[in-house]
Design a protein around this ligand. Structure first.
Ligand SMILES: CC(C)(COP(=O)(O)OP(=O)(O)OC[C@H]1O[C@@H](n2cnc3c(N)ncnc32)[C@H](O)[C@@H]1OP(=O)(O)O)[C@@H](O)C(=O)NCCC(=O)NCCS
Length: 332
């Protein structure tokens, strides 16, 4: 009997219109365009402005576009998983709000919290529901409104992050395409280096926590940088090894977009040239769970059926991982 795999049959992204440039950041904190471009590769990022607009706005727009381009009836969706660390509110899950917003009235839905690796975790989980035969149509969303938790007085952090995200549709196939392998890891001892101090059950919100700016993402950038370089490169090399893949076999590397220097180091370690590396950090910065689907969406017209693709990410937790997939369709 042939193995049933989960294949991506469509991808769609969404970013808000407002562009926050390095030049504008220069007016907010002590930084400059040259430093940001040289140290991170980022030129601009998008910001979701307006009252009462949370991450679900990004997810709803991405999923609506996805349903439309894949000609999918929202009532046929059985499950929506949303990876995010900036949910609209602690509960209900942002995936619930997205499901309601797109009319997926017959689905259930939940969120996954794995920071920048969230899309890898969610894609792995969504694929399992397809592989077991439990579901035929699953949507995986990766989206974050990072501007909601970024301190625009902290120059080492605010320059990196932006808002945006994307969604993929997963369906079953018996062809040799789809999600082939997944390698996910985490290490909770990394928490001190990247976290949000207050607002959870350990330290609920008070006037003092707000005054101390503890509801913003706290990051020890250079420590995170070192772990990211080592682990993202290592896990990508491991997934290639265990699938007997060499650099020539890989059509595309889809790396988490946190810092261009981390991306370059990962590609180098894998022996993959820059022409095969998806890159949009220049325009969007780090959208946390949004980076990988945004890359796939940007490069969709260049992907061919059967292309070997390696996704790789590292993020808060620490969490990291890699997915090997074979692309499922030619440009439409
Ligand atoms: C945040 C990051 C860009 C900082 O770059 P870095 O080269 O590590 O810089 P450092 O933190 O070592 O700081 C070097 C100097 O630049 C300064 N600096 C930091 N941010 C600056 C900015 N925006 N503009 C100008 N100078 C800045 C620092 O104050 C420091 O100055 P000092 O030497 O006088 O003390 C980098 O560490 C990084 O990308 N880290 C990983 C981020 C990441 O992946 N996060 C998400 C996980 S998914």
């Amino acid at each position: 009997m042939k193995k049933t795999r989960a294949v991506i049959t469509g991808v769609h992204g969404w970013v808000p219109d407002y562009v926050l440039t390095n030049r504008e950041l220069e007016t907010m904190v002590d930084t400059n365009d040259e430093w940001i471009v040289t140290r991170t590769g980022i030129k601009e990022r998008r910001i979701l402005k307006g009252e009462n607009k949370g991450t679900s706005v990004i997810g709803i727009n991405a999923v609506k576009g996805l349903l439309e381009k894949t000609n999918t009836n929202p009532e046929d969706i059985e499950l929506i998983i949303c990876a995010t660390v900036t949910p609209d509110m602690p509960f209900p899950a942002t995936a619930n709000i997205i499901a309601d917003g797109v009319g997926a009235t017959k689905s259930y839905s939940f969120d996954i919290s794995a920071a920048c690796s969230g899309f890898l975790y969610a894609l792995t989980m969504g694929s399992q529901f397809i592989e077991t035969g439990m579901h035929k149509k699953v949507i995986v969303v990766g989206a974050d409104k990072m501007s909601a938790i970024i301190d625009y007085q902290d120059r080492a952090t605010c320059i990196i992050f932006g808002d945006g995200g994307g969604a993929v549709l997963l369906e079953p196939t018996e062809e040799e395409v789809g999600v082939m392998d997944s390698l996910l890891l985490s290490d909770g001892s990394g928490a001190p280096y990247l976290h949000m101090k207050a607002g959870g059950s350990r330290k609920p919100a008070t006037a003092e926590t707000v005054a101390a700016r503890e509801h913003y993402a706290y990051q020890e950038g250079s420590t995170v940088f070192k772990f990211a370089v080592t682990n993202m490169a290592e896990v990508s090399a491991q997934i290639m090894d265990r699938n007997q893949l060499v650099a020539d076999d890989i059509a595309w590397l889809v790396p988490h977009q946190a810092n261009k220097r981390i991306i370059d180091a990962t590609a180098n370690r894998m022996g993959i040239g820059p022409e095969k590396v998806m890159l949009n950090i220049e325009r969007y910065g780090n959208t946390t769970a949004g980076t990988l689907p945004l890359c796939l969406w940007d490069y969709e017209s260049q992907l061919k059926k059967g292309d070997n693709i390696i996704l790789a990410a590292f993020g808060g937790g620490f969490t990291w991982g890699s997915i090997y997939l074979k692309w499922g369709y030619d440009p439409k």
